[in-house]
Design a protein around this ligand. Structure first.
Ligand SMILES: [Zn+2]
Length: 286
């Protein structure tokens, strides 16, 4: 065996090792080096047992989100209500004053579909909750009065859905002031596609706002735009009340939704960070 062959073998092995470590880094996105990674790690932990509405573990998840919001300097309000079959639900609301007394709302549901320690409810919807916490961390000054809402009861309970957001819309005294609602549900899946969706009435507004900020550089993500119909997530109660909606989504073809395969290794922290950043940039033009 020649010296040259040995060198080639060594280089081949080195390339192999480097490839394996790189692909490992690309698939294992969860790093506790960022707040987003820490939040995702915590919310998908087995101790929350899938965060099913009405369970003690869902209440624990609520307490964790409230605690993190306090750490970010907010005083969140918990909107508690009793649902059918005596289930207690809790929305968490952060109210941020703005220069203009028009109200905008950004929401994500924190409950999961199944009570199981094997069910992490990672893309649906720890990813949206983490994106909303990231927005809370970075929003600072706001043009419009802004409510950041963490919804309970989005998933089916007693055959009804969107219970937290529905309760909010029905009880919001400033409903007439709501300019739009932005929804973050299943927005952090580890793939390259992201849907930016909107009501037809604000199609141009949203599309133009995105175009104005799209120079923010993250070429890995392919942004697809669509007009949203009124089914699927917490934007429905807002649409039904005649309020324009928009949001981000990437799971319309998810096969693992509501199964134990919806795990944190299906989530991209960099996509969550991209969505929270681009949303904050779009707020200037919406
Ligand atoms: Zn969801």
């Amino acid at each position: 065996m020649s010296y040259g062959t040995n060198i080639l073998r060594f280089l081949g092995l080195l390339i192999c090792i480097l490839t394996i470590s790189c692909s490992k880094d690309n698939t294992l996105q969860i790093s506790v080096n960022s707040d987003e990674g820490i939040w995702l790690q915590e919310l998908t932990s087995p101790k929350y047992n899938g965060r099913k509405t009405g369970t003690i573990e869902c209440t624990m998840a609520k307490d964790y989100i409230v605690e993190e919001l306090y750490k970010l300097g907010y005083t969140p309000k918990v909107q508690t209500f009793n649902f059918k079959d005596s289930i207690t639900m809790n929305n968490i609301i952060v109210d941020i004053p703005g220069e203009i007394d028009s109200l905008v709302i950004i929401g994500a549901h924190y409950d999961g579909a199944v009570a199981s320690k094997y069910y992490q409810a990672a893309t649906d919807n720890a990813s949206g909750v983490v994106a909303l916490l990231s927005i809370a961390k970075h929003i600072g000054h706001s043009k419009f009065r802004t409510k950041l809402c963490f919804w309970d009861g989005e998933e089916s309970t007693s055959n009804l859905v969107f219970n937290g957001s529905k309760y909010f819309v029905n009880s919001e005294v400033d409903k007439h002031r709501i300019r739009w609602y932005c929804n973050l549900d299943c927005c952090g899946r580890l793939n390259d596609d992201i849907y930016l969706y909107y009501s037809q009435s604000i199609q141009d507004l949203c599309s133009n706002a995105y175009e104005l900020v799209s120079t923010y550089d993250n070429p890995n993500f392919n942004i697809l735009k669509k007009i949203q119909n009124n089914r699927g997530s917490d934007y429905v109660p807002f649409m039904n009340a005649g309020i324009p909606i928009w949001g981000w989504n990437d799971c319309s073809t998810l096969k693992f939704n509501h199964t134990i395969d919806d795990r944190q290794d299906k989530v991209s922290i960099s996509k969550i960070q991209y969505i929270s950043t681009i949303t904050l940039k779009m707020l200037q033009f919406l």
